[in-house]
Design a protein around this ligand. Structure first.
Ligand code: C2E
Ligand code: CA
Ligand code: CA
Ligand code: CA
Length: 278
């Protein structure tokens, strides 16, 4: 009885209520923001052997009063309340429209665009149909679309996961394993998944020059990925010294502030043109 009383008290704790109310408000704001076009995709260049090979699309939310709200503050909530399904669909459609718009262009038409997929989006609803609709609806070239998945979501239902990936691979869609090394990775599954790419998590890249463990992990991921025939991409490369270390370790593809943060579309396009100019 004492415990129940304490729980009841805690439920009416004004701070708890404030947290619940704030979440409900943010959820309502996200719903409205989606309807009112407050979300935008930014593009971070991915460099392969010195030239821009593609971009990762990253979601940005401009809230009318709060200003810029980073993904770290709304993706998890969107995942909890299910709004990630609509948000994720919007991201897929927008990225495919962008691919289609770039397709005629000499420089931009050669780029791939990677989209982050949330666990719920991947496992619920008709994910495969949703991706195929985004491609068909926009006229994008499926071979230029990359989907970034995380380790945890691949282990949830391995057979179903592989079936979905194989179906989309059949249309040319590529798959990256994001944040590699931070979750549960089963090397046995890794071999079975139709992946294109492993992305070394930025937590290993950050101290690659000063922490021998991070250096060993980075080198091991490069060796593992390479031997499986996968592209290995380093994320969060901020310094020339980090880039040089990775290059020496056999990793020739990277993203990071060293070249550019995620950029609004126009600035990304300008950067690609500038780098392509003789
Ligand atoms: P992520 O997929 O691992 O994305 C990389 C994050 O690292 C991005 O943060 C990017 O801005 C940041 N970053 C890039 N280069 C550097 C660097 O050199 N140094 C440092 N310190 N950071 C760098 P962002 O844009 O805040 O996104 C955070 C996370 O939110 C993403 O992590 C991803 O998990 C999620 N996210 C973003 N957009 C989407 C989306 O459209 N759908 C889903 N489901 N998740 C998304
Ligand atoms: Ca990513
Ligand atoms: Ca990542
Ligand atoms: Ca991450």
């Amino acid at each position: 009885a004492k415990n129940a009383g304490r729980n009841t008290l805690r439920f009416y704790d004004p701070r708890m209520q404030a947290v619940v109310a704030a979440r409900a408000q943010l959820e309502a704001d996200m719903r409205a923001g989606l309807a009112e076009g407050q979300f935008e995709l930014y593009y971070q260049p991915k460099v392969a052997h010195g030239s821009i090979q593609g971009a990762e699309a990253l979601l940005r939310w401009r809230h009318p009063e709060r200003g810029f709200v980073p993904p770290s503050e709304f993706i998890a909530l969107a995942e909890d309340c299910g709004l990630i399904l609509q948000l994720g669909q919007w991201v897929l459609q927008s990225a495919c429209k962008q691919l289609a718009q770039w397709s005629g262009d000499e420089q931009l038409g050669a780029l791939s665009v990677a989209v982050n997929v949330s666990p719920r989006q991947f496992h619920e609803g008709g994910f495969v149909a949703e991706v195929l609709q985004a491609i068909a609806g926009s006229g994008a070239d499926a071979r230029r679309l990359r989907l970034e998945l995380t380790e945890g979501m691949l282990l949830q239902d391995v057979e179903d996961t592989i079936a979905k990936m194989v179906k989309l691979r059949g249309y040319g869609v590529g798959f990256s394993l994001d944040d590699f090394g931070t979750g549960y990775s089963s090397l046995a599954y890794l071999k079975r998944l139709p992946l294109h790419e492993l992305k070394i998590d930025q937590s290993f890249v950050r101290d690659v020059l000063t922490d021998p463990n991070d250096a060993a992990i980075a080198r091991t991921i490069v060796a593992l990925g390479t031997s499986l025939g996968l592209q290995v991409t380093a994320e969060g490369v901020e310094t020339e010294a980090q880039r040089a270390f990775l290059e020496k370790s056999g990793c020739h593809v990277w993203q990071g502030y060293l070249l550019a943060p995620p950029l609004p579309r126009e600035r990304f396009e300008a950067l690609v043109r500038e780098r392509a100019a003789p």
